[in-house]
Write a protein that binds this ligand. Structure first.
Ligand code: SAM
Ligand code: SF4
Length: 325
């Protein structure tokens, strides 16, 4: 399916919960957020119905996210069901990794094809300062377990001045020693992210080259997203940069998001979208829903305007944990 600007949309990011077992400072306030009442969350059967309908429209890649997706019960069953849909090529998950080690085998058996673990530092103390919890060891164990299972693994890091800026080069040593890709994601000024200062990708690349030698821009296309990948001499994995601020990639956007309460969100910047819950709970047929989704896609914004997010009408006001990143 295509949007109003002719972009092919084949990638759906699904947030299955707004709950989280960490409190990353750029994502969620320490005191937590007002949680969506349970009855307002889409059931996993409703989520599956949306994915089934959209798979029939051309969605072939799905990512399960949150909040922390692994705090929602029965996510494995959802993955298994999505895996069974005709034409589904990839089902990945973005997780903080805390609960992953104990579930990775069953997730793989259910059909999960890849995992992104969010990890901003190799130091337990810094981890606790950023996330509010002493869980670094569990995340590192999960990294090893995912590799033992032979699954595709990417590590996502959000560089923030004053939080992890002195540890970014060291984090890349994981990609030197292990077959994982490390990706540095520019901080977006959404929710709590507005209280922090991100670090542009070129600054991080310069620091990495000073330590590990000259990098080559990789020709190989990896994943569904806009990351630019580099090869460093002697590294097992690649180093990627996702730079929505310094290298806007909206012209190639291929994604929409389903929030935990059932909004089809068209762009990370804007709060507008299609409310699917009233349709799902109000007797709409698959054909009705398909029609509404097609119409909504024609309204997908051309691009984000993060530079003016506070001033723009319709800007997202919720925290990243409520959107799904
Ligand atoms: N809890 C899971 C995790 O941490 O991977 C999934 C949800 S989290 C919202 C998804 C991703 O969004 C994480 O990699 C996180 O680091 C990133 N993120 C959160 N706030 C962000 C911000 N303001 N700018 C850029 N990325 C952000
Ligand atoms: Fe939770 Fe992920 Fe947000 Fe951290 S980034 S608070 S782990 S949702």
């Amino acid at each position: 399916m295509t949007d109003g600007f002719g972009r092919t949309i084949d990638y759906l990011r699904i947030s299955v919960t707004d709950k989280c077992n960490l409190r990353c400072r750029y994502c969620m306030p320490r005191e937590g957020i007002a949680l969506i009442p349970h009855r307002e969350l889409l059931t996993l059967e409703e989520v599956y119905r949306v994915v089934r309908i959209m798979a029939g429209m051309g969605i072939c890649k799905v990512r399960i996210t949150g909040g922390e997706p692994l705090v929602r019960k029965n996510v494995t069953k959802l993955i298994k069901d999505i895996h069974g849909l005709p034409g589904m090529e990839e089902i990945a998950m973005t997780t903080n990794g805390v609960l992953l080690g104990e579930q990775v085998e069953e997730l793989k058996a259910a059909g999960l094809t890849g995992v992104n673990i969010s990890l901003d530092t190799l130091h337990p103390q810094t981890f606790e300062r950023i996330t509010g919890f002493d869980r670094h060891g569990q995340v590192m164990e999960a990294v090893e377990k995912v590799l033992e299972q032979g699954m595709k693994l990417k590590i996502n890091c959000v560089p923030c001045r004053g939080l992890n800026d002195t540890e970014l080069t060291e984090l890349a040593s994981l990609a030197k020693e292990r077959p994982v890709d490390i990706r540095y994601i520019e901080l977006m000024p959404v929710g709590c992210g507005r209280d922090f200062e991100g670090i542009p990708s070129h600054e991080i690349l310069a620091g990495l080259e000073a330590c590990y030698g000259k990098a080559q821009l990789s020709e190989e296309k990896r994943g569904n997203g806009p990351a630019r990948y580099y090869d460093f001499p002697g590294f097992c994995g690649k180093v990627g940069f996702i730079s929505p601020i310094s290298h806007k990639f909206c012209g190639e956007c291929n994604r929409v998001r389903l929030t935990a309460e059932g909004r089809l969100k068209l762009c990370l910047h804007y709060d507008r979208g299609l409310e699917l819950k009233p349709l799902l709970r109000g007797g709409a047929t698959d054909g009705d829903i398909r029609h509404e989704v097609e119409e909504a896609l024609q309204k997908k914004p051309k691009e984000h305007d993060f530079e003016h997010i506070g001033e723009r009408e319709g800007s997202e006001k919720r925290k990243m944990v409520q959107i799904g990143g």
